[in-house]
Write a protein that binds this ligand. Structure first.
Ligand SMILES: [Zn+2]
Ligand SMILES: [Zn+2]
Length: 300
């Protein structure tokens, strides 16, 4: 926020002066104290008026199926809260973003493009300050991951993490909760809604999108909706056949649930174009639509 920067810059200037102009000490410290008091009063005043500290979402991977020259497969991180959504190939980038000593990883389902990154966790766990990593997923997905991904012949050294069957509501950092809901996808997939006292987001991937789908009413009023959009509208039949989404219904879902902002992910990796799904069509329905790009940091 602007006022924060000004106060910090003023404090920095005063501290800088202290080193070179000791004579200013008597003047500098009372002023510093006054500025700090103004800052804290302004902040609490803004909080009373509804100002909310920002939450940051980092897009570590934004495509599905296979990585391409522009995107890794899905992995999103909320570093302040120690939360990771899906464990695609983008997870290899996670280590440089972790700031908490606990991590909660939530899996939408166990298709390979969403779980292969679990085998990269050794790189993240090399950070000795990380005390706990918990992977939350549906029980049958946990069973499949243990049996197949961590089979001796495929990846014999399972990383140090706990697997926990998803509870209806899971507490996360920042005083938030994660809830989940079923989606329409071969083999099953689930979406997540994350709520904090003053923020909310939803993550919906690997599903057909429809404005009257049951999950839409669970997204009501989210600040940020991250939704898959594998195909443009001219491949709607493929979307239906493969259990994925195309542009128009995704934008309609965002509009219907009253989301403030829509970020599209899990675009077809066969395309590395700037606009693989026809953003203009999406924005004609829901203007605040953006295409997710790897390493983008989204504040909401
Ligand atoms: Zn996928
Ligand atoms: Zn899938």
């Amino acid at each position: 926020m602007g006022h924060r920067f000004v106060v910090l810059a003023a404090c920095g200037a005063l501290l800088g002066n202290r080193r070179h102009h000791v004579a200013h000490l008597g003047f500098g410290y009372p002023l510093l104290f006054t500025l700090a008091t103004i800052h804290s009063r302004t902040q609490s005043g803004l909080l009373r008026k509804g100002w909310r500290p920002n939450m940051k979402l980092v897009l570590l991977g934004t495509t599905g199926y296979f990585p391409n020259e522009r995107r890794h497969t899905l992995c999103l991180a909320l570093p302040q809260c120690g939360v990771v959504l899906d464990a695609g190939t983008g997870l290899f980038r996670l280590a440089r973003y972790t700031t908490t000593d606990e991590l909660d990883i939530f899996l939408s389902h166990a298709h390979l493009d969403h779980i292969v990154g679990l085998t990269y966790l050794h790189g993240v766990l090399a950070d000795k300050t990380l005390q706990r990593v918990t992977v939350h997923a549906a029980q049958e997905k946990i069973d499949a991951i243990r049996k197949h991904l961590f089979a001796e012949a495929i990846f014999p050294v399972a990383p140090r993490c706990d697997f926990r069957p998803l509870k209806e509501s899971v507490a996360i950092g920042g005083g938030g909760t994660v809830r989940h809901f079923p989606l329409q996808h071969p083999g099953g997939s689930i979406g997540f809604r994350l709520d904090w006292p003053q923020r909310s987001m939803a993550y919906v991937t690997d599903t057909t999108a429809a404005v009257d789908a049951p999950y839409v009413k669970l997204l009501q009023g989210v600040d940020l909706l991250v939704h898959e959009c594998y195909f443009p509208d001219n491949q709607a039949a493929w979307a239906e056949k493969t259990g994925h989404s195309h542009t128009t219904p995704v934008a309609q879902v965002a509009k219907a649930c009253g989301a403030k902002r829509l970020i599209l992910v899990h675009m077809d990796p066969a395309s590395t174009d700037d606009d693989p799904i026809d953003l203009q069509t999406a924005r004609a329905i829901f203007p605040n639509t953006e295409l997710g790009e790897d390493l983008a940091e989204i504040e909401f």
